[in-house]
Design a protein around this ligand. Structure first.
Ligand code: APR
Length: 177
């Protein structure tokens, strides 16, 4: 399983699955969530509504992941995951770091179940949810690396898609660590 950094707009990333930094309602939002729904089209929201009606009547909990069609995106699936909002206090930071790690872990497990061979991630929680980029990138890379044994035979490529220079530097530094 290869880990790559491809800066740009994740709605244009040609991976089998792209991960959305969603919120628990699954009904869209700003940031990458807004971009994916805008460019992916209404089919994505229709399937999100179906997820709410069936599997997640109370919303998708933070740290969990669920897949829909990718609609008009180059990808085949969107894997929606809900990151934690940043917290400074040590106790909350520890719990929420685990929730952020779970976003990557659960998204890759969903990807394996779908049969996706390549998965693209944005910097989950590092935008509106306020997580410091360097730490968000570190948790992302460390978590994906820790899963090579479990998913490495099923997933060929994991692509981190930073949206600006600072994010790109953070992910490249995390990969070099
Ligand atoms: N492609 C790749 N990355 C993007 C894109 C894009 N098109 N748009 C934004 N990003 C980056 C942001 O710059 C940030 O680094 O994705 C990262 C995550 O930022 P957010 O999208 O704000 O996600 P997050 O911090 O997890 O907050 C989630 O924001 O959009 C709402 O509905 C969403 O309530 C949820 C919250």
């Amino acid at each position: 399983m290869e880990l790559q950094v491809q800066p740009g707009d994740i709605t244009r990333t040609a991976a089998d699955a792209v991960v959305n930094a969603a919120n628990s309602t699954l009904l869209g939002g700003g940031g990458v969530d807004g971009a994916i729904h805008r460019r992916g089209g209404p089919e994505i929201l229709a399937e999100c509504r179906e997820l709410r009606r069936t599997d997640y009547p109370d919303g998708l909990p933070a740290g969990r992941a669920a897949a829909t069609t990718a609609g008009r995106l180059p990808a085949r699936w969107v894997i929606h995951t809900v990151g934690p909002t940043y917290a400074k206090t040590p106790e909350k930071y520890r719990q929420k770091s685990e929730t952020l790690a779970s976003c990557y872990r659960e998204s890759l497990r969903v990807a394996v179940r779908l049969g996706a061979r390549s998965v693209a991630f944005p910097a989950i929680s590092a935008g509106i949810y306020g997580w410091p980029m360097a730490d968000a990138a570190r948790i992302a890379v460390e978590t994906v690396r820790s899963l090579v044994g479990e998913v490495g035979d099923d997933i060929d490529r994991v692509i981190f898609v930073p949206f600006d220079d600072a994010a790109e530097q953070a992910f490249r530094a995390a990969l070099d660590a």
